[in-house]
Design a protein around this ligand. Structure first.
Ligand SMILES: NC(=O)c1ccc[n+]([C@@H]2O[C@H](COP(=O)([O-])OP(=O)(O)OC[C@H]3O[C@@H](n4cnc5c(N)ncnc54)[C@H](O)[C@@H]3O)[C@@H](O)[C@H]2O)c1
Length: 251
């Protein structure tokens, strides 16, 4: 298949300093797009795209950074909401702060960025949004109540936004990764040595394992994001593609 070409496209990616978001931003850059990344963290000097510092939990900061970007160019072709946080703990041990962090970053941050750019998408009558949820939005996971709930909220939000934007020819889709080799997964498994258990399954946690027998690479997720953002997916909206090697058995 011919490589996707995003020349002349303006792309905004949240969570672009690390992991999946960074790889998505790099891949759009390699495909010719003008990419701006947003993140709390710094990404180092070697990034092939511009990275702006913003806490996507904060409505005033998000509005300010988006106003600045709009002043530079009054259009956006693709928005990818990739920033996310994971807080682990059973429902009774999670703190209200854990709950707020998951809801405010994973669902709230995407809400703030979408509401900032929806008027531009409507004006243009073109554009695509891709939101990164999780297969944990589709199945319950032991010790992940706040994360699962926040990602399910993001999926529902995405579908509603997709419905509202469909009359403008603007598409909104979700990519739901399973276990993917990034700092977030390493943190959750306390190192890569735990990856074998993810693949073989953890029956005590009702996790079945990964039928394809491997952990995803960030590129596996980026491939699907770029496809959904491209004209190849021009008639695809309100969809949620689970990229988890079969781990959640099509749930
Ligand atoms: N890695 C996995 O196994 C996995 C599985 C399913 C879903 N996901 C999702 O994929 C996305 C990327 O995850 P990852 O594994 O690359 O994680 P990561 O922790 O490596 O990267 C997440 C990025 O989001 C940024 N971020 C966090 N809070 C922010 C805030 N308030 N404002 C701005 N930026 C903020 C972080 O600084 C970081 O650079 C997340 O939404 C995550 O929930 C990851």
């Amino acid at each position: 298949m011919q490589d996707l070409d995003f020349s002349g496209k303006r792309v905004l990616v949240s969570g672009a300093a690390g992991g999946i978001g960074r790889r998505i931003a790099e891949r759009f850059s390699l495909a010719g797009a003008d990419v701006v990344g947003l993140d709390l963290a710094r990404g180092g000097s070697t990034l092939p795209f511009r990275l702006l510092s913003v806490d996507i939990r904060d409505p005033a900061s998000v509005a300010a950074v988006c106003r600045g970007l709009e002043a530079e160019a009054d259009r956006l072709d693709i928005l990818v909401n990739g920033a996310g946080v994971l807080r682990l703990g059973s429902a009774e041990t999670l703190t209200p702060e854990d709950w707020s962090a998951c809801m405010e970053v994973n669902a709230g941050g995407a809400f703030l960025l979408m509401r900032a750019w929806i008027p531009a998408f409507q004006r243009q009558r073109s554009g695509a949004i891709v939101n990164i949820a999780s297969n944990a939005a589709h199945v319950p996971r032991v010790g992940m109540a706040a994360y699962c709930a926040s990602k399910a909220a993001l999926v529902s939000l995405s579908h509603t936004v997709g419905l509202e934007l469909a009359p403008f020819g603007v598409r909104c889709n979700v990519v739901s990764p399973g276990s993917t080799d990034t700092p977030m997964l390493e943190g959750m498994m306390q190192g890569k040595s735990g990856y074998a258990r993810l693949i073989s399954g953890q029956p005590e946690q009702f996790k079945l394992g990964i039928p394809l027998g491997k952990i995803a690479r960030a590129d596996d997720i980026a491939d699907v994001v770029l496809f959904l953002a491209s004209e190849r997916a021009g008639h695809v909206t309100l969809q949620d593609i689970v990229v988890d090697g079969g781990a959640t058995l099509a749930a």
